[in-house]
Design a protein around this ligand. Structure first.
Ligand code: NAD
Length: 353
């Protein structure tokens, strides 16, 4: 069987656009990167130095009939306009996250994708992160019993990066930048509606957009989740903390340092010895007796069936369904809108998302 190849062009050849070209697309033999369009001359110069074709405008790129796939890696506010134009020019489209700033804009894109019959896929690449896939394995295989509480955090100390991420009009801020990843991971893993949301946003750096946030989610199946992004944390809390009916798991970082501590269900353990704690005495907060728990290493992460671009090609060829489905991405955008609403009102928002 001969395999078809597809020419891809990048719109927005900045940090992430070039990461796709230099790393993510390198391992896919079916996709050939042909050229780019960027509004900055310096980025065009970089592209030329890498023997990529540089288009003088978006229309020139879209009217090149040899281009089959367009990758959009511009600031967030222009994703929608470029996506709709590219779909109407009969290109398949990959779009960086957050796909759009508002849910209604993704709905418009989805309508055009349906009308044109072109594939539209959002690069929610953190579904493939090993730390997340380890959590997914612990969750699915009930390695700490039924998980009832999840904490998912990313902490940095470098403030909001770059230029456009500081601005509302470009879709800046940390809910849209990192929140979209952490929320997407949770909704991809927990198959239950979100029933309530409380959130507060942080503005300690004085930007017009949030430099971090915390949100507390409740799912219909009873699971609660705390999702937190910080850019002013000079000491980081662990990436993941999971509480289950039979144990606790912690994943410290992307290097997968962590452990699971399991309760020894079948052993009648002796009562914990009271400890002196501060100016008092406690048995409640004392470590469990030695025979009460066992420490185990984190399991090997589960794997998704294909990587992002292999999946894209299979979807274009009608062989599989998308791993990142547009209706799932839409749900995350709707959840982010509720997060903004809750923070603005300083209230819990009930939902059935
Ligand atoms: P960046 O500023 O480094 O690059 C954006 C590029 O787009 C710049 O070169 C800019 O000149 C160009 N540009 C701006 N407006 C344009 C237009 N109308 N047409 C063509 N080019 C235009 O930003 P970045 O960090 O690469 O982010 C780009 C996108 O990638 C954002 O949506 C961001 O959220 C996403 N991103 C995703 C990940 C991920 O892990 N999935 C990581 C980083 C960024």
């Amino acid at each position: 069987m001969t395999t078809r190849t597809y020419n891809l062009a990048v719109v927005g050849y900045g940090g992430m656009g070039s990461y796709h070209v230099d790393h993510l697309l390198k391992s896919n033999p079916q996709i050939h990167v042909k050229g780019i369009f960027d509004i900055k001359q310096e980025r065009n110069d970089v592209a030329l130095s890498k023997v990529l074709q540089v288009y003088e405008c978006l229309d020139a790129l879209l009217s090149d009939k040899s281009i089959h796939i367009v990758l959009i890696a511009t600031p967030n506010d222009v994703h929608k306009e470029i996506a709709i134009k590219a779909l109407k020019a009969h290109k398949h489209v990959v779009c960086e996250k957050p796909v759009t700033i508002y849910a209604r804009d993704l709905e418009e894109i989805m309508t055009v994708a349906e009308e044109t019959g072109q594939v539209f896929m959002v690069h929610q690449n953190r579904r493939w992160d090993e730390d997340f896939l380890t959590v997914k394995k612990i969750y699915n295989e009930k390695m700490t019993g039924e998980i009832f509480h999840i904490e998912s955090r990313v902490h940095g100390a470098n403030g909001i990066p770059g230029d456009w991420r500081h601005l509302k009009k470009n879709g800046g801020g940390m809910v849209l930048d990192w929140g979209v990843h952490l929320l997407d991971q949770l909704l991809f893993m927990i198959h239950s509606p979100v029933t309530s949301v409380y959130a507060n946003l942080s503005y300690v750096l004085g930007d017009e957009v949030d430099d971090g946030f915390q949100t507390y989610l409740t799912f219909a199946n009873g699971i609660t989740a705390l999702v937190e992004v910080g850019t002013t944390n000079f000491i980081s809390l662990p990436r993941w903390y999971l509480k289950g009916t039979e144990g606790t798991a912690i994943i410290e970082d992307w290097g997968l340092n962590g452990k699971i501590v399991k309760q020894n269900k079948d052993i009648i353990a002796s009562a914990p010895k009271p400890i002196k704690a501060g100016q008092g005495l406690t048995k409640t907060m004392a470590p469990p007796s030695e025979e009460a728990t066992t420490m185990v290493n984190l399991p090997a992460a589960s794997v998704l069936s294909q990587d992002f671009y292999d999946n894209l090609v299979s979807v274009i060829e009608g062989r599989t369904e998308a791993i990142v489905k547009n209706h799932e991405v839409l749900r995350v955008l709707k959840l982010m809108e509720i997060i903004f609403e809750s923070a603005e009102k300083n209230e819990v928002v009930k939902t059935s998302l």
